[in-house]
Design a protein around this ligand. Structure first.
Ligand code: SPV
Ligand code: MG
Length: 308
């Protein structure tokens, strides 16, 4: 969205995220950390932008371990929500603290146009799920309270509350994941995210087959990236989040270009490999801005003329 349309009658981003989660087809979300990366995800065709805690932290040069405070994560997610029409689902870690933090967080994210919030059942401070270290689960009652609070304290019933299950990550096993799934559903979650660090999809498949509830189930195929969208859809998943691939590709691309310029002492050899400035201007909405400026200045002249 480069300041174009948005008719007042259009469905809210939250309603569209809900629809995406309930369609028979798999919805696909792309991880992003900035308005620019969110726009690239939208332009490519992804249904949803995942405001990734890992990406936002990495873009600030800090570990994904609740080093950034809630307002920093919120600003990043809100910037993305302003920049695109597709719904933004925000990674809200473990809710930035207690149940009181969750209430404040839900209202703040909602007010800034984010379509959904995802909170995970780990302790604060959380540690990225793929890092060796403390992956201990939050007590079940504490996390159920957070989900209940999120679902009851949102201002609009459309805001999507995703409960992320970390039982498989923490080594607590499938029974614990299923037990928690049922409790989070009862607490008011709108969707579940089952996370896994296995290099094959068997445990998320086993979870999907054994889960008997009604909520859509989301997966994050990072370590088992060999699966296809068609397979995930066929297994009954509602959404796949490709959580960090844009960031990782940009790191590799920047390293290559910077290295080449440094070694060659010229930018000549990279010019054909990198985005021309025109592409940057397009992503910024430069021509739309200039066209709008001309239009309003023209109208201003007409108004002034008529008023003479
Ligand atoms: C993120 O993108 O920050 C996520 C997904 O939470 S993961 O890194 O897989 O934990
Ligand atoms: Mg995260």
């Amino acid at each position: 969205m480069i300041f174009t349309h948005q008719s007042p009658a259009a469905k809210s981003p939250a309603a569209r995220l809900r629809e995406a989660l309930h369609r028979p087809e798999l919805a696909r979300a792309m991880g992003a950390h900035s308005p620019l990366s969110a726009r690239l995800a939208e332009e490519t065709g992804f249904d949803v932008v995942w405001s990734s805690g890992l990406e936002i932290s990495a873009s600030q040069g800090v570990p994904d371990a609740n080093i950034l405070a809630m307002p920093q994560c919120l600003d990043a997610a809100a910037g993305m929500a302003e920049a695109v029409d597709v719904p933004v689902l925000a990674d809200c870690d473990s809710g930035f603290g207690s149940v009181n933090n969750v209430v404040h967080m839900v209202r703040a994210y909602e007010a800034r146009g984010v379509a959904g919030v995802c909170i995970e059942d780990k302790q604060f401070p959380k540690l990225n799920s793929f890092v060796e270290g403390n992956q201990e689960l939050a007590p079940l009652d504490d996390f159920a309270a957070k989900i209940r609070a999120a679902s009851q304290c949102r201002r609009s019933p459309e805001l999507v509350v995703v409960a992320r299950l970390e039982a498989l990550i923490s080594g607590c096993g499938m029974d614990e994941a299923l037990r928690r799934a049922a409790v989070y559903e009862e607490a008011g979650a709108d969707a579940l995210l089952i996370h896994s660090k296995r290099t094959d999809p068997e445990e998320v498949y086993a979870f999907r087959a054994a889960y008997r509830g009604k909520l859509p189930v989301i997966v994050v195929p990072t370590t088992y990236g060999q699966v296809t969208a068609a397979e995930l859809e066929q297994r009954g998943f509602a959404m796949a989040i490709y959580a960090n691939h844009a960031l990782r590709s940009s790191i590799r691309a920047m390293r290559q270009t910077l290295g080449r310029i440094y070694r060659d002492g010229t930018t000549r050899h990279v010019e054909g490999e990198i985005a021309p400035l025109k592409e940057v201007f397009d992503l910024q909405g430069m021509s739309a801005m200039l066209e709008r400026q001309d239009r309003f200045e023209e109208q201003g002249r007409e108004l002034a003329e008529a008023g003479r």
